[in-house]
Design a protein around this ligand. Sequence first.
Ligand code: EPS
Length: 400
Amino acid sequence: MLRFLTAGESHGRALTVIVEGLPAGLPVSVESIQGELARRRLGYGRGPRMRFEADVVDLVGGVRHGRTLGSPVAIEIENSEWPKWEMEMSAAAGEPSKKLTAPRPGHADLSGMLKYGFDDARDVLERASARETAARVAAGSLAKALLAELGVSIISHITGIGSVHVESGSTPPRPQDLDLIDDSPVRAFAKATEDKMVAEIKAAAKVGDSLGGSAEVLAYGVPVGLGSHVHWDRKLDALIAQALMSIQAIKAVSLGDGVEVASLRGSEAHDAIYWEPSGEGAVAEGYVRKTGRAGGIEGGISTGDTIAATVWMKPLASLNRPTLTTVDVNSKVETVSFKERTDVTAVPAMGVVAETMVALVLASEALRKFGGDSVAELLRNSNAYLKAISSGETPSVAIQ
Ligand code: EPS
């Protein structure tokens, strides 16, 4: 329902994103997009580039006088170093000054070179780079604006960096905690782990190594009924997992206590349902779940409870001190990979990208459920549904 396409290379002139399917009348500003992009640039452990990358945004189409027109929204984000890379990354015919022939293990380099028939890893790495996530975050800021109209807010916090983890069972943050999280150098909610995470990053940086980690994304206020049990490609958890797994360097995704419940018995692994008509947290009528093991999705349908997804990132495959063995594609001689400027960890930024991907899925599914060419029509439809569902007038399939 909501589609987006990104284009652009890490050291090309700019990144471009087109978002199609947004209703008319959604408030959008360069500042709101830029605000989200600034959050993505945060994080202790980023490399030198993030100290000068400014993510200058140009709203090229689809918005007039601060509101969407219902037409595709096009956004461009400049790459600050373009003047330095203009020759190397030029679209005009020519040759690179230097070819990268020792692919980095763990990267798309070698498989991409073999698949596309390139003899220079730069032809692959420029697009495989996580710089592309800036374009996704720009698109996600529009999805978040749409969800805000529906009362949905999405936050994230970092739950692990290297060997440091937030204790399982800790109280999750609420939307009002987001500023506090963004103020943390590692975007941690649990202050107890923040210092340990920073120390872990310092230690890895000292020896030129990299670190992975995990982030939890929480979506508050999602109505019951997004996604569907009826077909594999309509299941909300499957759509979220695919979207999160598509983020560069992500190797695992779970919903709720997805990993932990696999070792429990069925009697302990699910969220019991209670009836409390005036109870806090009732999702529709008076149905309440007091635990969140399912992560807010059952049978591929949102339950109305908070959606919780955890996403795990591997340590970045670019190392400031490359040590992994590889093979030069020309000589076939064993060597270590070429050195490419990199971050020690991008986990704090990854949390913001993960919010973005969840927002894009939820906005798309909200549009599928409620429809509407304008925000006003979308809200009319969703309010009618929510009213029916909370008053006990369960929508009927019978023809009246
Ligand atoms: C990246 C490598 C680094 C990161 C970059 C992603 O860039 P460079 O090679 O230019 O130093 O800083 O991330 C961004 C620029 C960004 O905006 O996130 C990579 O290879 O994935």
